[in-house]
Design a protein around this ligand. Structure first.
Ligand code: SF4
Ligand code: SF4
Length: 325
């Protein structure tokens, strides 16, 4: 089966390792455990070491040479999109209270001298730290990446899709990035959008413009809700994503639809309840959180008992999601 067939058959479980997750060791572990658990699509940061780590993770559970139904996507985003930003602590302002470290699910904040600092490679830009900082010492930066330099070497490693996170009101910059991606990659492109900058009509107008020159059903619309907010497995974190998906559905466009952003174990069931015709779910924060205590162990990949415990938990999420799509 190719990626199109997986989508057509509504069998798509996308594990979001994190567009900003540049921790190769963690990515290898995540792909290994979720591939074993039945996930078939993996969202990665646009870096060579991360794509290679993901492929190593897959090879740990699927022997080389065997036919596989696993697909890799790399994500890029434009400045301002939360998926590609990094937290930065201003040392002069930091009062070393440690609150940010406590809320960071990525364990991306550590004491440094008598202050705290962010480990950039682990930060996924979720913003939880900035929300609790009592002295507003945390800001965000986005690295400007030239897609013409970054993407071609990654495509050569063997990718199944590229994704643009286009949560912005800067329509023209987003469109220019999208056009560049169209030139670089002839296969499936994914466009991740939410409604934080767009009204319903603007959302559909943007999608129509972006898919205008593309063949039917070669584009995935990733309907985003509240990115990186699904960790607590509550219905309300996923409702925003479902509302976005519903709008896309009703426009009857020739695109595939994935639900993401605040997604968790409730998402697929709610999607069915709301009669949304989605081909898959993309789950990140929640998927990582439920196996966090296992994957943080240094012996995770070698200790079969620990690995299998994590697989069992991950499989429950994958099975439940695919059952209701
Ligand atoms: S809380 Fe989120 S934004 Fe802050 S350092 Fe951790 S991952 Fe990055
Ligand atoms: S929450 Fe703010 S003040 Fe407290 S340690 Fe973090 S950056 Fe420093």
């Amino acid at each position: 089966m190719n990626l199109t067939a997986i989508l057509k058959n509504k069998r798509c479980f996308k594990l979001v390792c994190g567009a900003g997750n540049e921790d190769a060791v963690e990515v290898e572990k995540l792909v290994a455990v979720y591939a074993k658990a039945g996930a078939n699509y993996f969202d990665l940061s646009a870096r060579e070491d991360i794509v290679r780590a993901a492929k190593r993770g897959l090879e740990r559970v699927i022997p080389k040479g065997k036919p596989t139904n696993y697909f890799f996507n790399v994500s890029v985003g434009i400045a301002g999109d939360p998926h590609v930003r990094k937290a930065l602590i201003t040392g002069q302002k930091c009062k070393a209270c440690g609150l940010c470290q406590k809320v960071c699910q990525q364990k991306a904040i550590l004491p440094e001298g008598n202050k705290y600092a962010v480990i950039k490679t682990r930060c996924i830009g979720c913003g939880a730290c900035a929300e609790v900082c009592p002295v507003a010492a945390i800001s965000f930066t986005t690295e400007n990446k030239d897609l013409n330099l970054v993407l071609p070497p990654l495509v050569k490693l063997g990718l199944d899709s590229l994704e643009l996170h286009a949560v912005t009101d800067d329509e023209e910059t987003a469109y220019a990035q999208w056009l560049a991606m169209n030139k670089i990659f002839p296969g499936i492109l994914s466009l991740c959008l939410d409604r934080s900058h767009l009204g319903d009509k603007q959302l559909i107008a943007r999608i129509k413009r972006f898919i205008g020159s593309r063949n039917d059903f070669t584009t995935i619309i990733q309907a985003d809700g509240a990115p990186m907010s699904g960790g607590d497995d509550r219905c309300n974190t996923t409702l925003q994503a479902l509302a976005t998906a519903d709008i896309v559905n009703k426009a009857k466009l020739p695109v595939w639809l994935l639900i993401s952003g605040g997604t968790n174990s409730k998402t697929a069931k709610l999607s069915r309840l709301f009669e949304i015709n989605a081909q898959g779910v993309a789950i990140g924060s929640f998927a990582r959180k439920i196996i966090r205590k296992y994957i943080d162990r240094s012996d995770f990949l070698e200790n079969k008992k620990v690995f299998n415990q994590a697989c069992k938990i991950a499989k429950q999420l994958v099975d439940k999601s695919l059952k209701y799509l």
